[in-house]
Design a protein around this ligand. Sequence first.
Ligand SMILES: Nc1ncnc2c1ncn2[C@@H]1O[C@H](COP(=O)(O)OP(=O)(O)OP(=O)(O)O)[C@@H](O)[C@H]1O
Length: 339
Amino acid sequence: MRHEPIIEARGLTKRFTVDRAAVEAVTDLSFEVLPGELVAFLGPNGAGKSTSLRMLTTLVPPTSGTARVAGHDILTAPAAVRRSIGYVGQLTSGSFAQRVRDELLSQGAFYGLTRAHARRRAEELIESLDLAPFATRTVQQLSGGQKRRLDVALGLMHAPRLLFLDEPSTGLDPQSRANLWQHIVDLRETHGTTVFLTTHYLEEADRYAERVMVIDRGRVIADDTAAALKSELAGDVVTLTFGTAEDATAAAGPLRRLAGRDVRIVDERSLVLTTPDGDRLLPAAVRELDAAGLRVERATGVPPTLDDVFLALTGRTLREAQAVAEDSTATPTPEGTPR
Ligand SMILES: Nc1ncnc2c1ncn2[C@@H]1O[C@H](COP(=O)(O)OP(=O)(O)OP(=O)(O)O)[C@@H](O)[C@H]1O
């Protein structure tokens, strides 16, 4: 039996007006997420990730298109959508002077849980998000990673089936990031919570998400498992280094024929190519070139990353796209929810 999608976006588009010019933050976003999926929405700064999330969580209205989220239409039943989902935005939500446990209880009251229910739920979340040692601390006494775990707990107080997280790990050190991710993965495994999150960390999306949607300039440009995206859109990067520049030049033709791929010469003595099956190509290439008297000094085959996927799709790496976005001096005129 096919499950009903828990998110069903149809042509979601958002246009902002910046200095009287229209900025299309999100263009024609259509996709489905099934219950229990863990989806990473990956893209550089300014790609449209947060705006997409804000539309799906009813924080900003779309310019056109609509979506059904947890069974409710975001345009006609926004309150029902909000009751059914958890949302953790980019900024830490806890109020500074409250203690962790009290913060969770206030959130429970906000969602209309009885005091006894809220207490039970708070204890469960304190346990599952590893907050027990800090439960009586105030929010301002927590580290960045602990605060982010509290944010996730706050988003889960009313036990939503669907949790949206906007860049949950940005600004955390690598260890806290890995720890937070482990909690997110556990949540999904233990409670079957559907998790839809944005990130610009390639490695995280690659390692933890079972599905990666890549967004660039407001459009979704790829949507699959990380493994499928890498094998279909990128390939192993094979590098052969020779003793002399002459050997490298002489080897380029035979290697091109053997691999059936374009070959580039780098650093005069190395040949580089991308192929879906580097492990098979490498020994064959070394044997053939050796037999032709062209000595390979070093041979490496590196599996592709999601950055190679982004490069294959856009002609630039995600890191380059990120750097350009960070250099951009354009300040948007706020409209809708302030950033
Ligand atoms: N309130 C707003 N008013 C005007 N323009 C906006 C507003 N919010 C976002 N934008 C613009 O829409 C585009 C997409 O922004 P968005 O915040 O959705 O990107 P993002 O992928 O989430 O980026 P980041 O990783 O930096 O959070 C950007 O060009 C941004 O400047």
